[in-house]
Design a protein around this ligand. Structure first.
Ligand SMILES: [Zn+2]
Length: 64
C-alpha cells in the first residue's frame, strides 16, 4: 500500500502488516517477509515522481 507522510511524500508500506520497512535488496518486508509486488513498486515510483515534479513546480512558481 502507498500512503503519504506528513511531509506530503509518498511512502511504501507492506500490504500484509502495514510496516514501512523494506529490504530493498530482496524487495520484501522486514517485518513479515511479504514481497512487494512489481505493480506496487511501479505505483510507488510513479507517486514519488509526481511528488518531486509537484515540488519543483512549487519552487519555480515561488522562486525568482
Ligand atoms: Zn509486512
Amino acid at each position: 500500500m502507498i500512503f503519504t507522510n506528513p511531509a506530503g511524500a509518498p511512502e511504501l508500506a507492506c500490504d500484509e502488516c502495514g510496516c514501512r520497512w523494506f529490504d530493498r535488496m530482496k524487495n520484501s518486508c522486514y517485518e513479515c517477509g511479504a514481497e512487494v509486488p512489481p505493480a506496487a513498486q511501479a505505483e510507488y515510483q510513479q507517486a514519488l515522481l509526481a511528488f518531486h515534479r509537484g515540488k519543483s513546480r512549487e519552487r519555480s512558481e515561488n522562486g525568482n
